[in-house]
Design a binder for this molecule. Structure first.
Ligand SMILES: [Fe+2]
Length: 311
């Protein structure tokens, strides 16, 4: 499959209540590398195997949550085309100037019907993963630090009107619906899992009355062993764990959900599927989310927090 168009979620800007606490969590517990601070006081971090300058930007604010999620697209031509496509679809877009975020080119910003701010961008300066570009090493010292996820993997966002959001991501941005969880009456989607690659999801949306909420940002681990080790490190640092370690039936992902010091949920996640765009989406009934282990395949139980706690 040729990767064109939208490539991947490239950055999230997360609001934290206390910047120092937030940095301690993402840098020292998660083990991400701090790559910069800007004039606004924002802190930039990257996971060890990411090439680009930063994937997590922390901004101190009075309330936790997500400012925006940005997707990297193939090149500037693609960015311009996608912006034109969005406008033609009736979406209002805004250009954020280059270097408003450190080492990042111009971004196209828009708000979707769930109330979330989405960005597209084509350019971000490479920082490297410490392995080198010629005769590279398989890992670097940074890959042994803290929880050490490989990359920012996806986010689950909660808000209203997710059917409208699904249409926009599929019809305009070229995503595929990979899996979906139906509402209790089976007539609509409760959660949708959308991919622009062969990942089980690059972004997911859950139907929720309040707009613009963050359910979790997810970070990719190498293996189930690394997910379990992440749990050990969370316990050592008294990080509040929400669910896991376990496996989701939905996406088959091995997972732990936990909270950063500001109450933003994050996930340490091991991908376990490679869906291609020609595969039919997998369907979960609302009852199956619990009774068939969609949420927690091992315990097959309801974790009330999954449906209600957001930031
Ligand atoms: Fe997730």
């Amino acid at each position: 499959m040729a990767m064109t168009g939208v490539l991947r979620p490239g950055h999230v800007q997360i609001r934290v209540l206390d910047l120092d606490e937030g940095v301690r969590h993402y840098r020292d517990v998660m083990g991400m590398e701090e790559t910069g601070r800007d004039e606004q006081g924002r802190v930039y971090l990257k996971c060890w195997d990411e090439i680009d300058h930063a994937s997590v930007v922390l901004r101190q604010a009075d309330r936790a949550g997500l400012d925006f999620i940005g997707f990297k697209v193939l090149n500037v031509k693609t960015l311009n085309q996608l912006e034109a496509d969005l406008k033609e679809y009736g979406v209002k877009t805004e250009r954020i100037p280059a270097r408003e975020m450190l080492e990042t080119g111009e971004r196209v910003r828009f708000v979707v019907a769930s109330g979330h701010t989405i960005e597209l961008y084509a350019e971000k300066a490479p920082h490297g993963n410490g392995c080198g570009g010629v005769n590279p090493t398989p890992w670097s010292p940074q890959s042994e630090r803290g929880i050490a996820p490989r990359r920012l993997d996806h986010a689950l966002l909660y808000g209203p009107n997710i059917e409208e959001v699904r249409k926009l991501f599929v019809d305009v941005l070229g995503f595929t619906l990979v899996e979906h969880i139906l509402t209790p009456d089976g007539k609509a989607n409760q959660v949708i899992f959308l991919s622009c690659s062969i990942k089980s999801h690059d972004i997911a949306f859950g139907e929720f009355p309040e707009p613009g909420k963050l359910h979790h940002c997810s970070f990719l681990m190498d293996s189930w062993d690394h997910v379990l080790r992440a749990g050990d490190i969370m316990s050592m640092h008294k990080v509040p764990v929400d669910i896991g370690p376990t496996r989701h039936g939905v996406t088959r992902g091995c997972t732990i959900y936990a909270f950063d010091p500001s109450g933003n949920r994050f996930e340490t996640f091991k991908e376990d599927r490679t869906p291609y765009p020609d595969h039919a989406p997998l369907t979960w009934t609302f009852d199956g989310l619990v009774g068939e282990g969609g949420l927690d395949y091992v315990q097959r139980k309801l974790h009330e927090t999954f449906l209600t706690v957001v930031s």
